[in-house]
Design a protein around this ligand. Structure first.
Ligand SMILES: Nc1ncnc2c1ncn2[C@@H]1O[C@H](COP(=O)(O)OP(=O)(O)OP(=O)(O)O)[C@@H](O)[C@H]1O
Length: 602
């Protein structure tokens, strides 16, 4: 009797919204045959339920009280047939409804996942991961609940209620009015209690959210918790949150149980009224015994759907809220559009006098690029950089200077606000995201590994890259450790690569970049310190990685970039210096100071 469940959050809105349901109908349309079959069963089930008390009335008035045995078996058989038909039809209805529900949910999850995969990275900055996961899981689940106990069953309940009221009125007007005298109270109780429960549900939902967030964080950070002996403390905090969640559930249980009890009591009162009034009528000869029994049965069939209607209404409200959120997510524009309006091409850009590149444009050019993650807080300001084919460029500077931002803009994970970024003289906004990213390989600071084999982690399922897995691993020197593993390239990587060392994870991510054979390589050097043997292994890997490629390296250890073609110092979103190691050391500027700091601790 715990209707509405944890999905009853944010229930305030409509229980029926034509716009949302029309759009939702598109997902149900492929299963229209099953839905039509369900729609046929709905009135039939209602008719079976309606017929049972009527058949009992016929048996009592026509045979039992008159002592006429002939024909009684026929009536008993008819009763049995109606009961069996009802069971069979109800089975069909529930089975079909729920299986369509599961199929629709699976389709929606697929569509949502496909969509989320193409959303711009900036969207994930705004929306917490947990919220995106909720859309794909519990929000979709609510729609399943709508199938199981919403929409169509409501239609069946309403049909049954209208049927019962009509039959009662037709059988005996006065007796019906006596029965219906408890109705206003029943309706009031059902709605008032349901409203209280909704308020309590909201609290339950909020506290469950807090509990889940805490769990995710503490399980994710278990090694830190254990390393700092925080287990006891964490247990206490969890226990408090758990108790608060338990307590929030108490009012819900109270109102639910009360509603159940009160509806039962009211239905008993209605039966008592019928026995009292109907009994008198029978004695006076104004009513038959069969009608009285039928009335008592109808009352039982009448109260249950009324009690459940309010719960079903909550399910519908929850479903409308879920649909609203799901469609809002689907309407978030995916991947950045390829700009149709002319973005200035290489030849059209105003250049300062004296600057020429001849006929061939450089491979990469940042031209006066400005960008802000948050309005008014520029992470990059008027940044310009030219990278020629085959060059090895190092980006250095203090933390938070904007180095990573430069690489994100180049791969169009974020859109620039002003200026332009050109590749081979073509503005990246005129290129398709997928084409652009095929040309640029990226190695992130934190090597991201997925559950699957080492081979899968190198090629990520791409067929072309799969052919290059072994040569790529060999190029970065990852083959040595992979071949020592019991399963070699088939060795399973556990969650986030927990069974591999930091250096090994790095090498796999290098091999991945090589396997995709990009023209340009962007490498965000890891800041994590590894022992000197691993360090040497990684440096060798990096050399293999950059072999014959144009590269842009974000360097945290200046020792690794002294032979770069050019070093660019990024400071507070601007380019503050540019030159070779030798030139910058001689200039005695920011680079020189960073160098002194790292090597001499000055
Ligand atoms: N997703 C984001 N949303 C909002 N602000 C961000 C985001 N990513 C970075 N920033 C901010 O932008 C600025 C530049 O960050 P960026 O990551 O480019 O620096 P960085 O030079 O790469 O630093 P590090 O060397 O520590 O990696 C910082 O002030 C940072 O706080």
């Amino acid at each position: 009797m715990y209707h509405g469940g944890i999905y009853a959050e944010e229930i305030a809105g409509k229980a029926y919204d034509t716009r949302l349901l029309t759009r939702f109908a598109r997902y149900v349309a492929p299963y229209r045959t099953a839905i039509t079959a369900v729609l046929v069963t709905v009135p039939l089930v209602a008719a079976c339920r309606l017929a049972q008390p009527w058949i009992i009335k016929l048996a009592i008035d026509g045979h039992i009280t008159t002592g006429r045995l002939a024909g009684l078996e026929g009536i008993a058989l008819a009763f049995l047939a109606v009961l069996l038909s009802e069971s069979l039809l109800a089975f069909l209805q529930i089975y079909l409804l729920q299986s369509v529900g599961q199929r629709v949910m699976a389709d929606m999850r697929n569509e949502l996942y496909r969509h989320v995969m193409h959303l711009p990275v900036s969207w994930f900055d705004r929306v917490p991961t947990g919220s995106a996961v909720t859309r794909l899981t519990s929000d979709v689940e609510v729609l399943g609940e709508m199938f199981a106990s919403g929409i169509i069953t409501i239609v069946g309940d309403v049909m049954l209620l209208v049927g019962i009221i009509s039959v009662m009125l037709w059988m005996n007007l006065k007796l019906s009015l006596v029965t219906f005298s408890v109705l206003p109270l029943l309706l009031y109780v059902a709605w008032a209690f349901r409203r209280r429960m909704r308020q309590s549900f909201r609290e339950v939902r909020a506290r469950l959210g807090r509990l889940n967030a805490f769990l995710a964080e503490s399980i994710g950070g278990i090694s830190i918790i254990q390393a700092f002996n925080r287990e006891r403390d964490e247990e206490r905090r969890f226990s408090d949150l758990n108790a608060s969640y338990r307590d929030a559930n108490m009012p819900v249980i109270f109102w639910d149980a009360s509603l159940y009890a009160i509806v039962e009591a009211l239905s008993s009162i209605a039966v008592a009224l019928i026995i009292w009034y109907g009994g008198g009528e029978i004695i006076r000869g104004a009513l038959t015994f069969g009608v009285l029994v039928a009335f008592i049965q109808y009352i039982e069939k009448f109260f249950t759907p009324i009690r459940d209607l309010s719960a079903k209404y909550s399910v519908m409200q929850g479903a409308m809220a879920a649909l609203e959120r799901i469609f809002a997510l689907l309407d978030t524009p995916a991947d950045k559009p390829v700009h149709q309006a002319p973005v200035p091409a290489f030849a059209e850009i105003d250049r300062p006098p004296g600057e020429t590149f001849g006929q061939t444009p450089p491979l990469i050019e940042f031209r006066n690029v400005s960008f802000a993650y948050r309005e008014g807080d520029n992470a990059l300001e008027e940044f310009s950089l030219v990278v020629r084919r085959g060059e090895r460029i190092a980006l250095v500077g203090e933390s938070g200077g904007g180095k990573t931002t430069i690489t994100r803009l180049l791969t169009r994970l974020y859109e620039i606000d002003r200026g332009s970024i050109l590749i081979d003289g073509i503005d990246v906004r005129n290129m398709r995201g997928s084409d652009l990213r095929r040309r640029i390989g990226i190695v992130l600071q934190d090597p991201c590994l997925f559950a699957g084999s080492i081979e899968f982690n190198i090629c990520l399922g791409d067929e072309e890259a799969r052919l290059r897995v072994r040569t790529a691993a060999a190029a970065v020197g990852a083959d040595r450790f992979i071949e020592r593993l019991p399963q070699g390239y088939g060795e399973e990587v556990r969650e986030r690569g927990n069974n591999l060392s930091v250096g090994e994870k790095q090498l796999i991510s290098f091999a991945r970049a090589v396997a995709f054979d990009p023209e340009v390589l962007v490498l965000d050097e890891a800041t994590a310190s590894v022992d000197s043997a691993s360090e040497q292994m990684i440096q060798e890997g990096i050399r293999g990685l950059m072999q014959g490629r144009t590269s842009l390296v974000i360097a945290h250890r200046l020792s690794t970039i002294q032979d770069a073609d050019r070093i660019v110092v990024v400071h507070r979103g601007r380019k503050s210096e540019e030159g070779t190691h030798q030139e910058l050391m001689e200039a005695k500027g920011l680079y020189y100071r960073l160098h002194q700091l790292q090597f001499n601790g000055l």
